[in-house]
Design a protein around this ligand. Structure first.
Ligand code: SAM
Ligand code: SF4
Length: 442
């Protein structure tokens, strides 16, 4: 069997993270308002999950690839909340009061909002909730106050995610995000005093100046603080697309081999500290809801990463938010001004979307199995069946999967390459490769 380094060399190539199928670059056939509403209607009898995007941050982190607007002007809060509520009202007008089974506040920085404004927003969105309602929020430790935690507790939020990234002062300096350990320590203590159900830490590997010794120290501190969940993201470095990343000097970044070393070391240290491997880049304590979702085969993957989805429909409010009706996707305008303009004109702020075909839905199920359950059931008559079979044979030879009749299982080694395994079923990707492989004939 090949060594892991040889396999990394063989399989390391750009590929989708499969937070939707098809991935956004392959979306076509954007549903228009009436069609979108009819799709939502079809699947929303048992309520919906809500994602709400708060784009504001006070200070720019140079690595950041999220949709955000940097400002210190907090007078924008009220007007923005009114836009979100107007967007939500469009759904209420169409469907009457929709039951909200879960609400996730992401960003940008939801704790940019004052505690009072945060309270007003959450209360306005959750008039009708199910008894199983779960509230979760992404928090920047630098802007999260006692007042925010009091509001979140009062409104029965359960899951708090902290943006940590790295504890090394040299790395923090190089990414323009100074966040001392004691600030995080004190916040974690407060969150524990409030008895929230789950604390997640976002960490990134592949940042400038990160090396084995520095990341070992970061992970030692992380393990001592003992969050319930860890998202350990690879730094998505796309300076040609994300202008602020040009502020990071290229020669301070670890090489591809060093990045893998950092990830493998992190993984080893998290497992030794009692975390379980959830799937791509995520680790959870065994009693955490996400690991339980994995064990009980309820784990799902969408634009927020791994989730235990509560509903068949996800409605995303705010700029850049993505919604999923169970048969189609839409993404809102990314630009704050364009989003605002659409809402003020009483339009849904749809910028692009996709209506899934039957073969998209079959492929989605197959890929979700690989990403969430480390196993999947092959369907007959997939497009490119010959090419798929050939690739699967090579995955078996490399010790990445086992195949028994139509059941595919990832080995431990195969989990490192789950994106490559998923890619072999991605017919949109194959269509694209086929169309660029040959030159025009006329
Ligand atoms: C919206 S932020 C989290 C909340 C808050 N804004 C904060 O930073 O504390 C979402 C997460 O995306 C991750 N992230 C942002 N840009 C990234 C990039 N270029 N590559 C990998 N992860 C990134 C970071 O881990 C960040 O915590
Ligand atoms: S990482 Fe978070 S706080 Fe930093 S700029 Fe991005 S969204 Fe804002």
């Amino acid at each position: 069997m090949k060594k892991i380094n040889e396999l990394i060399e063989k399989y390391n190539r750009p590929g989708p993270r499969y937070t939707s199928y098809p991935p956004v670059p392959f979306w076509s056939k954007t549903p228009q308002k009436e069609e979108w509403f009819s799709h939502v209607k079809h699947h929303s009898h048992d309520g919906v999950d809500l994602y709400v995007h708060i784009p504001f941050c006070e200070k720019l982190c140079w690595y950041c690839g999220c949709n955000r607007t940097i400002t210190k002007d907090h007078s924008v809060e009220k007007h923005f909340i009114n836009l979100l509520l107007k967007e939500w009202e469009m759904y209420q007008k169409e469907f009457g009061a929709l039951q909200v089974n879960s609400l996730h506040l992401g960003g940008g920085t939801p704790t940019f909002l004052s505690p009072d404004n945060l309270k007003y927003l959450i209360e306005s969105l959750t008039n009708l909730t199910s008894s199983q309602f779960v509230g979760s929020i992404e928090v920047d430790p630098r802007t999260c106050t006692q007042g925010h935690l009091e509001v979140l507790k009062e409104l029965d939020f359960k899951r708090i995610s902290l943006g940590i990234q790295d504890f090394d002062p040299k790395v923090q300096n190089a990414i323009n995000r100074i966040q001392p350990v004691n600030l995080v320590e004190e916040l974690v203590k407060k969150i524990r005093d409030f008895k929230f159900e789950s604390i997640n830490f976002d960490l990134i590997y592949g940042l400038p100046h990160q090396r084995v010794s520095s990341i070992s120290e970061t992970i030692r501190i992380v393990n001592a603080l003992s969050p319930d969940l860890i998202a350990f993201y690879g730094f998505a470095h796309l300076p040609h697309k994300i202008a602020n990343q040009k502020l990071i000097s290229k020669n301070t970044l670890p090489t591809a081999a060093q990045r893998q070393e950092l990830y493998q070391l992190g993984k080893k240290l998290f497992l030794m500290a009692g975390f379980e491997d959830i799937g791509m880049d995520h680790f959870a304590k065994p009693d955490n809801y996400l690991y339980q979702a994995k064990v009980n085969k309820r784990l799902h993957r969408n634009f927020m990463g791994y989730t235990d989805k509560k509903s068949n429909v996800l409605i995303g409010l705010g700029p850049s938010s993505i919604s999923d009706s169970g048969m189609s996707f839409i993404q809102n305008q990314k630009d704050l001004k364009a989003y605002e303009q659409a809402i003020l004109n009483n339009n849904l702020p749809i910028s692009l979307g996709h209506t899934q075909t039957t073969i998209d839905l079959v492929t989605q199920k197959l890929i979700l199995g690989i990403m969430c359950e480390d196993s999947t059931t092959l369907s007959p008559n997939l497009p490119y069946m010959n090419e798929i079979e050939e690739e699967l044979k090579s995955f078996v030879d490399d010790g990445l999967i086992s195949l028994q009749s139509n059941k595919l299982e990832l080995t431990d080694l195969g989990k490192v390459f789950m994106r490559n395994i998923a890619m072999s079923f991605d017919y949109h990707l194959r269509d694209q490769i086929m169309s660029t492989r040959f030159s025009q004939t006329v």
